[in-house]
Design a protein around this ligand. Structure first.
Ligand code: ATP
Ligand code: MG
Length: 338
């Protein structure tokens, strides 16, 4: 397998007992080596919870109630992140998987220079190197993310939001992780800067060979930059497909609605219709398919039975690639229409 991360049957609750809300339900998701996987869905659909859950960084009262997260190290046996001891987990979080969280650009320490913050990260994980070597590495990391070395002595407030975001990415890359998870790193930035940063990350991915999980509600960015997209609704993955397939032919009515809520950056113009209604309240999830109250195609069954994520029937009439060249797992959807 070329999987680097395999999430199987993941469940996450906030709270315990009767008050628990199920924020992630039975999520299966695979990140392949070298790919950019986009994760999209409206606010509250569970995107951040999934990212925190798979790295075991859930804030209380978040608890993982089931599932496994298999990490496949280069040439090694898979290990379940959810069962790692603290030492292994610490290594996994930095050296194997780096995370840039929502609002991370504001998490730089305002009283320290950029150079100090970068060299501290490098030092924390390799205390044996010389300070000159650490500074050289910090310089190299800034260069990687497109910031000139003379910014090393700047304080965070002297940098633009886009530059601070790039510094955070540089820090995330400090230990050459195999997986980089970015949770809406760019929403606070303007659209032009967002695209530049994402493009740069995709280029670095090709050069340095890591995989990316990119979380956003801007589906147009994902369509442009990711290889595959998983769509979340009410804590579940409702569709997963290659970006081009999802854009050309979204199968889940929710994916269809999401695509129509965003102006296309390229390709044919679509009418912006959006999705009527609002995301479900986790405390009172609709029965059956959580999307059915908002779905224009809802049938009786949709309000009764939860659709499972499965391979849809032959889509060869719309896909460019012949069916026999595609693996069965190429796309999945959880919808009774399919
Ligand atoms: P956004 O696009 O706004 O970032 P998201 O898809 O990342 O949304 P999450 O932040 O993962 O969504 O939240 C998923 C659900 O879990 C939401 O209904 C939210 O209210 C709930 N939730 C998140 N954090 C907590 C918490 N600390 N305690 C209780 N419920 C929480
Ligand atoms: Mg979030």
């Amino acid at each position: 397998t070329d999987a680097v991360l395999e999430i199987r049957g993941l469940n996450v609750d906030y709270g315990l007992g009767e008050d628990a809300v199920h924020a992630i339900r039975d999520v299966d998701l695979t990140l392949h080596r070298g790919e950019v996987l986009g994760l999209a869905g409206e606010s509250g659909s569970g995107k951040s919870t999934l990212a925190y859950g798979l790295t075991r960084l859930l804030p209380p009262p978040g608890v993982i109630t089931g599932g496994e997260v298999l990490y496949h190290p280069d040439g090694g046996d898979p290990v379940d992140v959810l069962r790692m001891d603290h030492a292994a987990l610490r290594r996994f979080r930095w050296a194997e998987t780096a995370i840039v969280f929502q609002g991370a650009m504001n998490s730089l320490n305002p009283v320290h220079r950029i150079s100090t913050q970068l060299t501290d990260v490098i030092k924390a994980h390799d205390p044996r190197g010389t300070s000159a070597a650490r500074l050289a590495r910090a310089r190299e990391l800034l260069h990687l993310v497109g910031i000139s070395a003379d910014r090393l002595e700047s304080y965070p407030h002297q940098l633009s939001g886009g530059m601070r975001q790039r510094v955070m990415i540089g820090m995330a890359l400090a230990l050459e992780p195999k997986v980089v998870i970015m949770d809406e790193p760019t929403t606070a930035l303007d659209v032009v800067v967002q695209r530049q940063i994402l493009r740069q990350l995709v280029e670095l991915r090709e050069r340095l060979g890591f995989s990316v999980v990119f979380i956003t509600h801007d589906l147009s960015l994902l369509v442009e930059f990711s290889d595959r997209i998983a769509i979340m609704y009410g804590g579940r993955i409702v569709e997963e497909a290659a970006s081009a397939d999802l854009y050309r032919d979204p199968l889940h009515p929710y994916s269809h609605g999401l695509l129509n809520s965003f102006p296309a950056l390229r390709g044919p113009k679509r009418e912006l219709t959006g999705i009527p209604g609002s995301p479900p309240d986790l405390r009172g999830m609709p029965s059956g398919c959580a999307f059915h109250p908002r779905c224009p195609h809802a049938m009786e069954r949709c309000g009764v039975e939860v659709p499972v994520l499965g391979v849809p029937p032959d889509k060869s009439t719309t896909a460019h690639v012949a069916v026999d060249q595609r693996s069965p797992a190429d796309r999945t959807v959880a919808c009774w229409l399919h």
